[in-house]
Design a binder for this molecule. Structure first.
Ligand SMILES: [Zn+2]
Length: 128
């Protein structure tokens, strides 16, 4: 995927008001999980309505932060039997360890924490 250049605002329709900005900060309210703030984001912002469209890299960063917030909160209530070693996912999906970790970071596989370690959820194995 490639980033597109924005000039006209797709939200309010203002012409030529979208400008590329760096170092932006955004706060998200994630339902049932709380608030997460992500900084150092790049993207286009409308100078009229303040609508933002983040670059792909930055939206991935936002997605990762939200997934990680959920994983940390879920870790308190998930029991060990619901967690699966990464190796099982490697076998099932025929992917490398690195790729499985990447998929967790991208939010493609839900996970929870045990200490500092990330474990995929068993429900994800069934889904695949
Ligand atoms: Zn606008």
């Amino acid at each position: 995927m490639k980033d597109r250049k924005w000039s006209d605002c797709p939200s309010c329709g203002a012409k030529g008001r979208m400008t590329l900005k760096k170092g932006m900060k955004e706060t998200y309210q994630v339902k049932n999980y709380g608030i997460v703030t992500i900084s150092d984001l790049s993207g286009y912002e409308c100078s009229k309505c303040k609508e933002r469209i983040f670059l792909i890299k930055s939206s991935n960063k936002i997605n990762s932060a939200i997934v990680d917030l959920k994983a940390k909160k879920d870790s308190d209530k998930i029991v060990a039997s619901e967690l699966v070693p990464v190796e099982e996912f490697m076998k099932k999906f025929k992917k490398t360890r690195q790729r499985i970790h990447q998929m967790m970071e991208e939010g493609k596989i839900q996970y929870a924490y045990v200490g500092n370690l990330k474990f995929p959820l068993r429900s994800e194995l069934r889904r695949g």
